[in-house]
Design a protein around this ligand. Structure first.
Ligand SMILES: NC(=O)C1=CN([C@@H]2O[C@H](COP(=O)(O)OP(=O)(O)OC[C@H]3O[C@@H](n4cnc5c(N)ncnc54)[C@H](O)[C@@H]3O)[C@@H](O)[C@H]2O)C=CC1
Ligand SMILES: O=C([O-])CC(=O)C(=O)O
Length: 268
């Protein structure tokens, strides 16, 4: 039985608890949300994981989880993942875009080394991370990522001030630049760009284009990679979650897969 503490009780966290509620090998013991979200989270958690407590932080002296998983947002890495790693608790992270902040990847590595443990960055909404990180070993020449989402998925981002999202009639490039710039400007939409960079050519050499496209209903991720291995092209058409159109449903499934791979006897 894998005893899991989870940070976040939003679109991803709820989806993950729903899918794992009848898995006898995974137990959610604690769900961490900010102080202001405790009352809202309690009834949701008690219906999906009745054994779980809801709290604003991991206990300093309580029972240690086998695994701490972040499904919350960039700030949660600083607040919860770094100290847990230093205490030796293995962690998984879904808000990979946070690692675009200079020095954070190195601090995560240092904390994990201090705690003699490991932090796993999950593939989330994108596929072929295994192929890309293997290709990197032989040498990569270029990685180009194009993210295309319906205009409403760019609400509450800098694109809202720059483009009339509600009345766009054609696909519009809202950002073009490096993965590092994309992750800084569009943190909730640039996790994929950051994940591809960390697996491949790095934040400053992975090219990114982001589009608001009234012609799509899905979150479309396109990757073109070339290198000593040859090349690949990948197009993912991710259905957005009803609870959060910025998040593709595959992100939930990727968390469930990662937890299953830790908990079950056969991993794939
Ligand atoms: N790697 C990938 O492909 C993807 C990663 N993500 C990441 O996952 C995160 C969560 O996504 P959703 O569940 O859709 O968001 P959401 O907004 O529906 O839920 C976020 C939850 O985390 C909690 N939370 C926020 N900050 C926190 C903190 N500092 N400490 C503890 N709890 C905190 C909120 O109260 C809420 O319960 C996003 O912010 C994004 O960074 C999202 C989509 C794809
Ligand atoms: O499609 C998704 O779930 C989210 C996304 O684009 C990202 O964070 O890069």
């Amino acid at each position: 039985m894998l005893h899991v503490s989870m940070i976040g009780c939003g679109a991803i966290g709820v989806g993950v608890m729903e899918l794992l509620k009848s898995d006898p090998e995974v137990s959610f013991d604690l769900v961490i949300v900010p102080e202001a979200g405790l009352d809202a989270a309690r009834p949701v958690v008690s219906s999906l994981a009745p054994q779980a407590r809801v709290a604003a932080r991991l206990d300093d002296d309580g029972v240690r989880p086998d695994l701490l998983i972040e499904c919350a947002g960039h700030r949660a890495i600083e607040e919860h993942i770094l100290p847990a790693l230093a205490r030796g608790i293995p962690c998984m992270v879904v808000s990979v875009g946070a690692l675009s902040e200079p020095g954070l990847a190195e601090r995560l590595e240092a904390a994990a080394r201090q705690g003699k443990t490991q932090v796993q960055l999950l593939s989330g909404a994108i596929g072929a991370i295994d192929a890309l990180s293997a290709a990197k070993i032989g040498g990569l020449d270029s990685v180009i990522y194009t993210g295309r989402k319906p205009p409403q998925a760019w609400k509450d981002t800098p694109a809202e001030a720059l483009f009339a999202l509600d009345s766009l009639e054609t696909a519009t490039v809202i950002f073009e630049g490096t993965a590092r710039q994309a992750a800084r400007l569009y943190p909730k939409n640039a996790n994929v760009a950051a994940t591809l960079s960390l697996a491949g050519l790095g934040m400053d050499h992975t090219q990114v284009r982001l589009l608001a496209d009234p012609g799509v209903t899905e979150n479309v991720h396109h990757v073109e990679a070339k290198g000593a291995f040859g090349g690949f092209e990948l197009t993912m058409r991710g259905k957005p979650l009803a609870a959060n159109p910025k998040t593709s449903a595959l992100t939930v499934f990727s968390v469930v897969r990662a937890l299953g791979n830790r908990a079950h006897a056969l991993a794939i």
